[in-house]
Each structure stands twice: as C-alpha cells, then as structure tokens.
Design a protein around this ligand. Structure first.
Ligand code: ADP
Length: 477
C-alpha cells in the first residue's frame, strides 16, 4: 500500500451530531471521525442533504451526477469540528420537514429505500474509478442499515476500496419490498438467501453483512450475543458464518460535552474530589421535576427512549417498589403506550415519581449529575452511552449485564449489574445500590471508580484505525 499519503476513509453516516441526531448513532458519527483524523486518517463524512444539514453548512458544489434516475449534486463543506463533509444533495428526497427516517408525524418516509439507496450509490461511486473526485478512499465505513448496501454495491462494481459495516443496532434492518431490488440496481442473482434477501424481502442490513469485507459492532459482548438466536434478529446464522471478520469495538463518549468539571447545564460543577457539590445538581433536578428537595432520599434517575429495548416496561413493572426505595426522575420519549404508562405512574406516586416526556439535552445532563443512582435496565444494549455518562458524573448505574452495559460497568466496583431479565433481579440490584449508598465511604469508592474510567473516543479510534489499516492492506494486496 502507498504509505506516502494518509489512509483515506469515507465515513457514511445517515445522521451526524451536531447537524442531525436521533440517538447514539448520531453521537458516534459526530465523534469518531475527528478522533480518527487526530490519528492521521483522512476521514471524510458522507451524508444526505437533509434540510437541517443544508441550513448549517456553507457548501461548495463539487460535481453533479445522475444516480438511480435522480439528479444529484455532490457538495463539500466542513463539519463544525473541522472534519470534511460530503453531502449528497437531492432536495426532493432529503430536504423535508421531519427526521432522517420518519416524517414529522412519526411514520417511516415511504421512499426510504430510494433515499438511502441513493446515499449508498453515491458512496460506491466515490469509491470507484468513475468518481468525480480526485480523492479516493481506501476504506468505506458504512454505519447501520441505511449505509450498509454501499458494501454490496462496491462488491458488485469491483471497487478497489475495502468495506466495513458497523452494526449500531441489529434490530433495525431496513426491510423493503422485492420491487426495490431492480429499482436500486442490485443484480437479480443477489436476491437470495446467500445475498440480500430476508424472508422474501430486500434487507439493507443483510446486503451489507453478506458482502462487506469486515463487520463490526459497538461492544465485544454484543458481537458475541448477535451470533445467538436470542439476540440475532434472524441474522445470527449469517453472523456466525462471518464470525471470522466480525469484531466488537466499544464506543467512546464526547468528553468535552459530558464533563462534570465544565458542564454549563449544572448548578455547580464538580470533580472526584468535590463530589459534595453534586448536591446542588440533585436539588436542581428535584426542583425541575417537581419533587420535594431532600438531600437524604435516594434519587433514582433515568434518561432514554421509552421502548421495550431500553427496559421501559421493566421500569413500569418495578415502579411501585422503586417508589418505596426512593424518588424516581425519568426523562424520555418513545412508544406512546409506554409514555402514557409513565405519566400514570407519576400521577399515582406524586412527590415520589416524576416523569418528563420529551427530548431535552440540558435536562439529560442534570439527571446524570443530580441523580444518586442511574437506572439502565435495557433488555439488550449494543453499547449504550448513558451508563458511561453516569459513571463519569459519579452517578453509579444499575444495569442489565448485557452487551455494552456488561463491558462498561463493573459490578460492585463502578456500578451494579443484574443477570436475569426480571423485575426481581432488577430490584435486587437497585437494593444493593441503595444499601451501598448508605455507607458513605463505600459509596465514594464506587463513584470514584466510575469517574476514573477511560471512556474516551481516542481509545476507540485507535482500534478502528488498526482495522482500517489491515483492511486497506488486504485490499491493496
Ligand atoms: P440509543 O439506543 O437511543 O442510541 P444510547 O444510550 O446509545 O441509546 O444514546 C442515547 C443518546 O440520546 C444519549 O446521548 C442520551 O443522553 C440521548 N437521549 C435519549 N433520550 C433523550 C431525551 N429524552 N432527552 C435528552 N437526551 C436523550
């Protein structure tokens, strides 16, 4: 491989903070590319020209192309963190009121196959000799189902670059009707069980997993779990078959945004030596949520999507017992039925359980800092960020020992874990945390153990950089 120029990587991102974010994937796409650039990798992010993206950047037009029957402009700009950004501009498909995947009313965009198929075609074009740019990536890094088919297109086109597909959540696969196979330009022979077909439908994620040179997911434990029927979402057989190219690399967290020493959302900042100042955030959280201000009562906090994946149903089932152990402060949005169940709990336990339905970044910081104990009973968790934030904020988490939660929380050392997925086991772990908190010395030790841990992106980026290098080497060989 040519060592005289830096290794080039095209990072295909369906969402990217701070321009657009619906969850942890947006955080990863915002944070990993700059960490890779700091290691000397020439990473460029490719994403669709959503309305909010076009509003936030000052683009330069690079090229025009016709892809999948659409007139497309390729724009170049910079992300606020300085990473070069390539934008697939096709206003008819992307510049709409609503989110990256859903309309403002919360329904899937009916043309998502075309919207993300086009993103993948553009990625494959930039990796090919027909690219309108002089720059060529050595590696194309495809994130989740909306970007996964780029790996398949590259294989069919005989691209020289290597492909990596990262699974951020296997449950979202991008399933579409068979009619899209031809419309998106997949060869007919690929629509079979060894290719892009999943039970009679086109699977975007499977297209990537079948043809990528390498596959990664966002924690070592999840990489093992998805090879089993219980976690494999119907793809465990394929993932076992591809186990030799499958690895788990833990996500990092953005240490500039999530730092109790500098966090401007907090009533008072603090560090491991001034943990008594955390009390100001606790009082602020109690006030913000309408709970009685009380330093002594254990305050249990939770932030996240209100879905079965995040264990929202387990929280509802455990709520009466939790309210007997302390105050509970919950921030989240998600399934309507679960949102209503939480609102009903708050009505049943006034002054004990408080619920804020909505997305509120500032309040999320206050929960992480102000709670005594953070609750994260996810049924499964590819990596999870909130349990890392909470450890950094000296708020020991109670977690289900699965996926990234098992890899980032040390039971009895930096948090508390339970194995069986049941309300009894969950409440047992919360009880252990509450009892530990009653012993001030032991509690400080758990808080400080969490605060000392290195969850930085630079550690994760080094592992991705090694993977990129080995892939580029093989592609050139
Ligand atoms: P996910 O599976 O949703 O991606 P993660 O724990 O990996 O879960 O990341 C979720 C991200 O979204 C975190 O940054 C978290 O703080 C944020 N988040 C989730 N729900 C809310 C909310 N209601 N208000 C503010 N931030 C939220």
């Amino acid at each position: 491989m040519d060592l005289s120029r830096p290794l080039g990587a095209l990072f295909v991102a369906p969402e990217c903070a701070p321009l657009t974010k619906t969850g942890g994937l947006g955080d990863v796409c915002g944070a990993l590319p700059p960490a890779l650039r700091a290691l000397g990798i020439d990473v460029r992010v490719l994403m669709p020209g959503y309305a909010e993206v076009l509003r936030a950047i000052e683009p330069r037009r690079l090229a025009v192309a016709r892809l999948l029957g659409q007139q497309v402009r390729l724009l170049e700009a910079q992300l606020p963190n300085g990473v070069p950004l390539l934008v697939v501009d096709c206003p008819k498909l992307y510049a709409r009121r609503g989110g990256p995947y859903l309309s403002a009313e919360g329904a899937d965009w009916p043309d998502n196959a075309l919207r993300f198929g086009l993103l993948c075609k553009a990625a494959a074009l930039l990796a090919s000799d027909a690219s309108p740019l002089a720059w060529r990536p050595d590696v194309v890094h495809c994130n989740d189902w909306p970007a996964a088919p780029a790996a398949a297109f590259m294989r069919f086109d005989g691209a020289a670059a290597a492909s990596l597909v990262t699974i951020h959540n296997l449950a979202f696969q991008g399933l579409f009707g068979e009619e899209w196979v031809e419309r998106l330009g997949f060869p007919a022979h690929s629509f079979g069980i060894d290719g892009i077909e999943f039970h009679g439908r086109l699977s975007f994620l499977k297209a990537g997993l079948s043809y990528a040179d390498a596959i990664s997911t966002v924690s070592p434990t999840y990489a093992q779990e998805i090879q089993t029927p219980g976690f494999g979402c119907g793809l465990d057989g394929l993932l076992r078959h591809r186990a030799n190219v499958l690895t788990g690399i833990l996500n990092g967290i953005d240490g500039a945004v999530w730092d109790p020493r500098t966090d401007t959302n907090l009533a008072r900042t603090y560090d491991a030596e001034t943990l008594e100042d955390k009390a100001h955030s606790k009082a602020a959280l109690q006030r913000a949520m309408g709970l009685p201000v009380d330093a002594a009562v254990p305050l249990l906090g939770q932030v996240g999507r209100m879905t079965a994946q995040k264990g929202a149903d387990l929280l509802v089932e455990s709520a009466d017992a939790l309210a007997a152990m302390g105050q509970v402060a919950i921030l989240g949005t998600g399934d309507r039925a679960l949102e209503q169940a939480f609102a009903a709990l708050a009505r049943r336990h006034p002054g004990r359980i408080a619920v804020r339905v909505g997305f509120d970044e500032g309040l999320a910081h206050v929960v992480e800092a102000g709670a005594d104990i953070f609750l994260m009973p996810s049924r499964y968790e590819p990596c999870g960020l909130n349990q890392m934030y909470s450890q950094r904020y000296g708020t020991p988490p109670v977690v289900h020992a699965t996926g990234g939660l098992a890899d980032t929380v040390e039971d009895g050392v930096s948090g508390f874990a339970f194995r069986d997925y049941s309300a009894g086991a969950f409440l047992g772990a919360v009880g252990r945390a509450v009892r530990c908190r009653a012993d001030a010395r032991a509690w400080r030790a758990v808080q400080r153990a969490g605060m000392r841990r290195d969850f930085s992106w630079s550690a994760a980026a080094r592992r991705y950089a090694d993977l990129y290098r080995s892939l580029a080497m093989r592609a050139r060989a």
